[in-house]
Each structure stands twice: as structure tokens, then as C-alpha cells.
Design a protein around this ligand. Structure first.
Ligand code: ITT
Length: 185
């Protein structure tokens, strides 16, 4: 099966391609220039908005992911607004500033993956990865909030592990494996 990966985020695209390899499908990139507005109130709604739009546009099965970082001390923010809560290039700095002096640093990365087929069938799956907001950025790997997402069991940030290690434990890895478990014949 040929499936379009409905994302404009190169970091996500790389990870999704690796995670989709076991499904034996041919994963191709989106050609949609203007992605749909993410108007949903949940990760699942937004993943479905993106996958439905891509499926309609390409006429092919489409897979999308909506993800974000939920910080307990901030009441779950930035959550579904993770990509938009501060200007590009300012997000990690803004979050670190908001967490200055905060003792409870618990955070959770959440991902909802959606597969939409041209016949109308829709499958979704969710994955989470728990950690903490670091006191400073560390590491060069990954993308987005990875360099400020501390993994207490490893003592490093998500940007200090390999992509293979990240995929094995990340919210995206868990969501994709759960999606693949429901993969249509
Ligand atoms: P698409 O909608 O085109 O897929 P996007 O980057 O806008 O790309 P989202 O709307 O799902 O994606 O927003 C996700 C936000 O959460 C974005 O700011 C990411 O940088 C961040 N994020 C998601 N997964 C992440 C991960 O594995 N590591 C670091 N940051 C992540």
C-alpha cells in the first residue's frame, strides 16, 4: 500500500518514515502546499483533520500525527498549542522562562497518529512519553522541544539519545506501533 505522510515538519517526517518501515508500505511525502488549519481541541481531532485533508488531496491513504508537550505545572500547556504558543525559535526559551523557580517539572509528550483511507475508514492511536522539563537546553539531536525534555531514567535529554533510541521510547514510537497493530490488510 502506498501511504502519504501528512506532515510539514522534517523532524517528524524522518521519525515517521523509520517507524512506518515495518508496515511494508511505500511511504511518500505530502505535496500539499497549504496544510489545513488545526482547529481541533484535541490531538486526535487535529491528527484526523490533517490526515483527512491529505487523503482527499492525494487520493491515497494518509497518515498524520498531532503531538505536543503537556506540562503538569502549567495545567497541561502548551499541549495542542505546542507548535503555536510562542514565535518560531522562541518556544524552548519561553517554556524554560515560564518554568523558572517551578519545582514540579513533570511533563509528558503526547502523540496521536491517524490513518485515513480513501474509502472513509479511519484509525487512530495515542502514545505518551513521560519526563521532565530540564533547567537548560542540552543536546543537538531530535527537533522541537527535545533538548529541554529530560529523561530521568537516562539522566539526559531527548536530544542526547539516538533517533533509534528515541523511536523506541517516544510518544510517536508508541503511537505508531499501536497504529501498526490495527493496520488494515
Ligand atoms: P505538522 O502539523 O505539519 O505535522 P507541526 O510541527 O506543526 O507539523 P504539530 O502541530 O503536531 O506539528 O505540533 C507539534 C509541536 O510539538 C511542534 O512544536 C513540535 O516541535 C513539538 N513536538 C512534537 N513531537 C515532538 C518531539 O518528538 N520532539 C520535540 N518536539 C516535539
Amino acid at each position: 500500500m502506498k501511504v502519504v505522510i501528512a506532515t510539514h515538519n522534517p523532524g517528524k517526517l524522518r521519525e515517521l518514515q523509520a517507524l512506518l518501515a515495518p508496515c511494508g508500505c511505500e511511504a511518500v511525502m505530502s505535496r500539499m502546499e497549504t496544510p489545513p488549519e488545526e482547529t481541533g481541541g484535541s490531538f486526535e481531532e487535529n491528527a484526523l483533520i490533517k490526515a483527512r485533508a491529505e487523503c482527499l488531496f492525494a487520493g491515497l491513504p494518509a497518515i498524520a500525527d498531532d503531538s505536543g508537550l503537556c506540562v503538569r505545572a502549567l495545567g497541561g500547556a502548551p499541549g495542542v498549542r505546542s507548535a503555536r504558543f510562542a514565535p518560531p525559535g522562541e518556544r524552548r526559551k519561553t517554556l524554560l522562562r515560564m518554568m523558572e523557580g517551578v519545582t514540579d517539572r513533570h511533563a509528558c509528550f503526547v502523540c496521536c497518529a491517524a490513518l485515513v483511507l480513501p474509502g472513509g475508514r479511519e484509525i487512530t492511536a495515542r502514545g505518551e512519553c513521560e519526563g521532565a522539563i530540564a533547567h537548560a537546553s542540552a543536546g543537538e539531536g531530535g527537533f522541537g522541544y527535545d533538548s529541554i525534555f529530560f529523561l530521568p531514567d537516562l539522566g539526559v535529554t531527548m536530544a542526547q539519545i539516538t533517533e533509534r533510541e528515541k523511536n523506541a521510547r517516544s510518544h510517536r514510537g508508541r503511537a505508531l506501533r499501536a497504529l501498526l497493530a490495527q493496520w488494515p490488510e
